[in-house]
Design a protein around this ligand. Structure first.
Ligand code: NAX
Length: 325
């Protein structure tokens, strides 16, 4: 058996965590031979509820769980952490403006970034799920002075998986047959799901679907999927969000074997997106590192959408600029 690694999960008493924790504990994220120590963080008001989740973890008798810590102290939760999944965030309350939401989340992600810098493994991999995920990742990365900003990523994998599923259904194949799909930009309704390079069972996706379907059906359906789920379920997506978080971390840690996945990562100027935001890009992962897929042709249709989602991220950044170190 390998030496256990430490996996921190924030928002641990919440609904995404209720699915996520058990997937990680069963080995879905880091493999069936990788023991884990779970470090669960929530706010003091949620600790009683978290106790119930811990009792259930115990009751599963997972062979891979070597220890469980439940705490309201980020310094304790991130102590020695190898993987941090930052799920807990402040939801938008009644009458709350976007700026208020961004600032309220800053109050969470600045101290968490600092605690990660102070306590986590120097190689920690951080995934921000809590919304607004891209800008929360930017805030945490900026606060974590002693860590590389590249260690902070945001989740657009749920959007990526949703895009695969929509295209697979439309073309009558399984998701496995879909390759090279991209989510550019923000995890929000301005995201740009792009099938320009996508293949479906080896054939160009664009030879199988028409532009009208892409513009009026595919893109809006993927962009609005979260809202559709809230309408149907009365609650936001949780199991699919947890599954996407597992996919994101597994691929980052264990590699994609050349397959493209979408990750929100610090922009580096690639594809004309200037540094300064956390932007969804196509990447491949190998040896615990991600690399942006380069050299893709960008037509005018894609350019306009990539710039629109970039503009939204810059607006979010402007609203929290004073929180950036
Ligand atoms: P819940 O409201 O069920 O759970 C959130 C939990 O976070 C609560 O237990 C709360 O006490 C805790 N929390 C709040 N502040 C905290 C802090 N400072 N430290 C630690 N824990 C804290 O929400 P849930 O449905 O689990 O969603 C969590 C977040 O994921 C939300 O921000 C949501 O918007 C976001 N999502 C992001 C997605 C993505 O693709 N990036 C998709 C799904 C989801 O909407």
């Amino acid at each position: 058996m390998k030496k256990p690694v430490k996996v921190a999960i924030t928002g641990a008493a919440g609904q995404i965590a209720y699915s996520l924790i058990f997937r990680i504990a069963s080995g879905s994220m880091l493999g069936p031979d990788q023991p884990v120590i779970l470090q669960l963080l929530d706010i003091p008001d949620s600790l009683e509820k978290l106790k119930g989740t811990v009792m259930e973890i115990d009751d599963c008798a997972f062979p891979l769980v070597s220890g469980v810590v439940a705490t309201a102290d980020p310094m304790e939760a991130f102590d020695g952490t190898d993987y941090a999944l930052l799920v807990g965030a402040r939801p938008r309350g009644p009458g709350m403006e976007r700026k208020d939401l961004l600032t309220a989340n800053g109050a969470i992600f600045v101290p968490q970034g600092k605690a990660l810098a102070a306590k986590a493994s120097r190689d920690v991999k951080v995934l921000v799920v809590g919304n607004p995920a891209n800008t929360n990742a930017l805030i945490a990365a900026s606060a974590a002075k002693s860590l590389d900003p590249k260690q902070f990523t945001a989740m657009v994998r749920l959007d990526h998986n949703r895009a695969i599923s929509q295209l697979a259904t439309k073309t009558g194949v399984s998701g496995n047959d879909i390759d090279k799909i991209i989510i550019w930009g923000n995890h929000s309704s301005t995201q740009y799901p792009d099938i320009t390079s996508t293949t479906v069972a080896g054939k160009p996706a664009k030879s199988l679907v028409d532009q009208q379907w892409i513009e009026s059906d595919f893109i809006p359906t993927v962009q609005q999927r979260g809202a559709a789920i809230i309408k149907a379920r009365g609650l936001s997506s949780a199991a699919s969000a947890a599954s996407a978080a597992v996919d994101h971390m597994r691929d980052w840690a264990l590699g994609t074997n050349g397959k493209w996945v979408s990750m929100g990562i610090p922009s580096d100027g690639s594809y004309g997106i200037k540094p300064g935001v956390v932007y969804g890009y196509p990447v491949t992962c190998k040896d615990g590192k991600y690399e942006i897929v380069q050299g893709l042709p960008i037509d005018a249709f894609s350019r306009a959408r990539m710039d629109a989602t970039d503009a939204e991220l810059r607006e979010e950044r402007a609203a929290i600029e004073d929180l950036l170190a």
